[in-house]
Design a protein around this ligand. Structure first.
Ligand SMILES: *[C@@H]1O[C@H](CO)[C@@H](O)[C@H](O)[C@H]1NC(C)=O
Ligand SMILES: *[C@@H]1O[C@H](CO)[C@@H](O)[C@H](O)[C@H]1NC(C)=O
Ligand SMILES: *[C@@H]1O[C@H](CO)[C@@H](O)[C@H](O)[C@H]1NC(C)=O
Ligand SMILES: *[C@@H]1O[C@H](CO)[C@@H](O)[C@H](O)[C@H]1NC(C)=O
Ligand SMILES: *[C@@H]1O[C@H](CO)[C@@H](O)[C@H](O)[C@H]1NC(C)=O
Ligand SMILES: *[C@@H]1O[C@H](CO)[C@@H](O)[C@H](O)[C@H]1NC(C)=O
Ligand SMILES: *[C@@H]1O[C@H](CO)[C@@H](O)[C@H](O)[C@H]1NC(C)=O
Ligand SMILES: *[C@@H]1O[C@H](CO)[C@@H](O)[C@H](O)[C@H]1NC(C)=O
Ligand SMILES: CC(=O)N[C@H]1CO[C@H](CO)[C@@H](O)[C@@H]1O
Length: 598
């Protein structure tokens, strides 16, 4: 499964596994190392087929070995091209991907990965602790760091009260993970042996033709541009209901092996222009992990020159300021984050979660608060608290998912401190429809905050295209700015392809579907408690989680993992999960890895 659900991270990781594969007997013994590769590669293949747990521990030791071997190759002055040639051969040999994908992906990633490994001051063990789940202990002084919270004491907490009936309500449109594929072609093969298919140049694949539908397809396919346009036409008709939109990132398709900087800027501009054409409301964007080239590659500001990320951030500063004030430009150019007062008493802070992305190799050079973003966030929240403003935080990667532990735990601490100021958080990335709850760090039974997550516009993978509308306590003095209800809309893709008439319809209204009278963090905590006991409710939640695509039944492990994730907004933290000898922490991590989408 981990393999089927390809993510850029896993491609990168597989390329890396193949880079490695040999115990570092001695740095001069390269040929010998290469021979051992063969045997080890086979072991990985077999492990992958049988036992996910074994695969996990293999990954860990291979990672450590690999770091040493690669550092050794550098000591011997092997060129990046020489190393890349070997990796490409192995990638093909072990059927990690087909020849095209192997060749392209190694070319695309070699510079970043090899540069970082070359500069790496960390020991192989420390580096692997950061990038491989369960490998070493990332909680060590070299990787853990603490942000400084202001001396101002935390104000006493008064539990948030839902607004009075009849209070004004604002509606916020939420779009995320559009993953528009400019090369999508109806009738192209949907299962072509590459991570993304349904494209004009997709290979034929095995087992006869499997043609892609016109409006999209559930299999290895992203969003056709005309499906995106259809969505925007639909939204344009009802846009007078919306006060503004949140656009939570991931614009390019999943052809991560063949994306140049020019390609990425082209899709950014194409989709942004389309948004501008149809939507006349303010749109507040956040940066996804797919916007860069290669994917997940976001060098912090200390990387300057030709490797710097300014090619992207300068473009974002132009595009985003269609909707955000010019005052945001400096922060966007520096770190792709910003903070603005969007109406009296409501501040919106867009954060760049690529600075916690576990697949962002540049962070290995210095994981400490990249771009000073969390320190900046703390200042923004303190100022908001001082002025009595409420804050909505938007971002792409949810803090409990694929987020480096030190960053994630610091973020959790910040939310804990400013729980009364942060009224809600909104993320995307997982493509699914769910949330993560925050709990008081001193009293783990008291929910303090909530991050709402998803859904994606793309079908990738086995999902209906969707978007959400958040109802928020309205624009009036004393508004709590809490989310008071939400509706998810989907397009039934099967039906759209059958009738050739895409129809964006209400999938569910949260209050109604879940029988909730209000939606404070405490209400959501009660909801999770109900999920644990009420199978019917769980099945409903599970259906909506996959946007009504008929997903496989959810067994005990799946259920425990899902519920544990709802209560965990801090990565690498088992404290809120119900663990038993049958369902261990490692089981849950394996389940997550296998089901991860990004
Ligand atoms: C690698 O190159 C550096 C500088 O170019 C040189 O000092 C060093 O001796 C070389 N190492 C080997 C093992 O050839
Ligand atoms: C960060 O804070 C934690 C908890 O207070 C503490 O245990 C740890 O030593 C601190 N780490 C550093 C590097 O200051
Ligand atoms: C790579 O992308 C370019 C432009 O987007 C396209 O023309 C070319 O066919 C692609 N090559 C492969 C192997 O996918
Ligand atoms: C919110 O209400 C204030 C006061 O009535 C008004 O001036 C402002 O334009 C409104 N802002 C938005 C974004 O609706
Ligand atoms: C890493 O970055 C932090 C924050 O910018 C800085 O204080 C620290 O000195 C850096 N560490 C190294 C080893 O460069
Ligand atoms: C912890 O929080 C719960 C729920 O809000 C509350 O009932 C309980 O009294 C708290 N416990 C302590 C020790 O404060
Ligand atoms: C989507 O449409 C198909 C075909 O009409 C139907 O069988 C299916 O139940 C629909 N799914 C949803 C979620 O409405
Ligand atoms: C909905 O919740 C209310 C109390 O909050 C309860 O009285 C009612 O029975 C519930 N309805 C359903 C259908 O579960
Ligand atoms: C996801 C989906 O339903 N795809 C279908 C769309 O329509 C074509 C025919 O027009 C089918 O072949 C696809 O399977």
């Amino acid at each position: 499964m981990a393999y089927v659900l390809f993510s850029a991270g896993s491609a990168l990781f597989c390329a890396f596994l193949l880079l490695v594969a040999s115990p570092p007997t001695s740095h001069s013994d390269v040929r010998n190392d290469m021979e051992k590769l063969d045997a080890l590669g086979r072991t990985i293949q077999e492990a992958r087929l049988s036992d996910p747990e074994l695969e996990g521990s293999l990954k860990c030791s291979l990672c450590e070995m690999g770091m040493e071997v690669v550092q050794g190759l550098f000591i011997q002055n092997k060129s990046q091209d020489e190393i890349a040639t070997v990796v490409t051969k192995l990638c093909i040999l072990f059927h990690v991907e087909d020849k095209t994908v192997c060749t392209y992906i190694v070319q695309l990633f070699k510079h970043e990965i090899l540069t970082v490994i070359d500069k790496l001051a960390l020991s192989p063990k420390e580096a692997c602790g950061l990038i491989v789940h369960d490998c070493g202990s990332p909680y060590d002084p070299t990787s853990f760091w603490n942000i400084t919270l202001p001396n101002t004491p935390k104000p006493p907490v008064t539990p948030p009260k839902p607004p009075k009936p009849g209070a004004p309500v604002s509606r916020v449109l939420f779009l995320s993970d559009v993953h528009v594929d400019l090369l999508y072609k109806p009738g192209a093969n949907v299962d072509c042996g590459e991570p993304l298919c349904c494209r004009a140049n997709s290979p034929a694949g095995k087992g006869g033709p499997k043609p892609a539908g016109k409006w999209g397809d559930y299999r290895y396919c992203d969003t056709p541009l005309w499906t995106m346009e259809n969505l925007l036409q639909h939204l344009a008709q009802k846009q007078s209901q919306f006060d503004y939109a949140i656009w939570a990132g991931d614009i390019p398709a999943h052809d991560v092996w063949n994306q140049s900087r020019t390609d990425q800027l082209h899709v950014l501009n194409t989709v942004s222009d389309m948004m501008l054409k149809y939507l006349k409301i303010p749109i507040y964007p956040a940066l996804g992990n797919h916007e860069s080239s290669p994917v997940d590659s976001f060098p912090p500001p200390f990387i300057t020159g030709k490797d710097s990320i300014s090619w992207l951030y300068d473009a974002l500063a132009e595009t985003w300021t269609h909707w955000t004030p010019v005052s945001t430009k400096r922060n966007i150019e520096r770190g792709a984050f910003y903070s603005i007062l969007i109406r009296p008493g409501l501040r919106l802070i867009s954060i760049n979660t690529n600075y916690c992305n576990t697949n962002n190799w540049w962070l290995l050079l210095n994981t400490t608060d990249p771009a000073g973003q969390l320190q900046w966030l703390t200042q923004q929240l303190q100022q908001a608290e001082d002025k009595g403003e409420k804050v909505h935080i938007i971002g792409h990667i949810p803090p409990g998912t694929n987020c480096l532990k030190a960053w994630s735990w610091n973020y959790y601490r910040i939310i804990d401190r400013y729980e009364s100021t942060v009224a809600a958080q909104f993320f995307g990335h997982t493509h699914r429809d769910h949330f993560e709850l925050f709990y008081d760090m001193k009293n783990r039974t008291r929910p303090t905050n909530i991050a709402y997550i998803g859904p994606s516009v793309t079908t990738y993978q086995y999902l209906n295209p969707g978007y959400k509308v958040y109802e928020i306590d309205g624009n009036y003095t004393g508004s709590s700015m809490l989310v008071v209800n939400q509706q998810t809309y989907i397009m039934n893709l099967t039906e759209a392809n059958l009738t050739d008439k895409p129809n964006w319809q209400l999938e569910y209204d949260t209050k109604e579907a879940y029988n909730m009278s209000s939606m404070t963090p405490a209400d959501w905590d009660k909801f999770v408690q109900r999920l644990e006991k009420d199978d019917k409710l769980f099945q409903t939640f599970y259906r909506y989680y996959y946007k009504s695509y008929p997903a496989e039944a959810c067994d005990q492990k799946c259920r425990t993992a899902l519920i544990c994730d709802l209560k965990t907004a801090r990565s690498d933290d088992p404290s809120m999960c119900t663990l038993t000898p049958e369902v261990t922490w490692r089981d849950l991590q394996n389940y997550r890895t296998a089901n991860r989408l990004c």
